[in-house]
Design a protein around this ligand. Structure first.
Ligand SMILES: [Zn+2]
Length: 171
């Protein structure tokens, strides 16, 4: 059961998708509704004993983009297929206007969004999370690893889109 975001109380706890602990959430700020930082115990999916990567997960935002951030695209798709009993499900290709919403569901603190390339059928979005962390999102719902500059993220995005269009030509 989830409470509505505006009825959230400081002691409310929610299950972390990475370690399955019940964790309190931020009640204000950009991460409002998101899990506070916590340690992953032995049931954790990764980094057991250390900082759980499930911090910031919010039961109040769309789950799929957050699962892509936490588990990677392939596992996130696998989860939807299993949970919803849709063995062939793949996410619809996102329109450029949906890319930013997708990113903000995963990282509400993301900013400095920029489309790349500026024209063309396939477009992604580069964005920043803090001063030195750049990433991109592709229209197939892929969220990239971290890059140290916008240029590197954009280069990787071009390569990714190039591969996507080659696969589309083949398929
Ligand atoms: Zn956790």
């Amino acid at each position: 059961m989830t409470t509505a975001l505006d009825k959230l109380k400081p002691g409310d706890r929610f299950s972390c998708p990475m370690c399955h602990r019940n964790v309190t959430v931020y009640t204000e700020g950009v991460h409002r509704g998101g899990l506070r930082p916590h340690k992953a115990d032995r049931r954790g999916r990764e980094n057991v004993g250390g900082d759980c990567p499930g911090r910031w997960f919010s039961p109040f935002r769309p789950a799929f983009p957050q699962y892509v951030r936490l588990w990677g695209l392939a596992d996130a798709i696998e989860d939807v297929r299993r949970v919803h009993g849709k063995p062939d499900w793949t996410p619809e290709p996102m329109e450029p206007g949906d890319l930013q919403k997708f990113v903000l569901a995963a990282w509400p603190q993301a900013d400095r969004f920029e489309f790349a390339p500026l024209t063309g059928e396939l477009r992604g979005l580069t964005f920043a999370i803090g001063p030195r962390s750049w990433r991109f999102v592709a229209p197939d719902s892929y969220l990239s690893e971290e890059f140290s500059s916008r240029g590197d993220a954009a280069d990787a995005l071009y390569d990714y889109l190039h591969k996507m269009s080659q696969e589309a030509d083949r398929g």
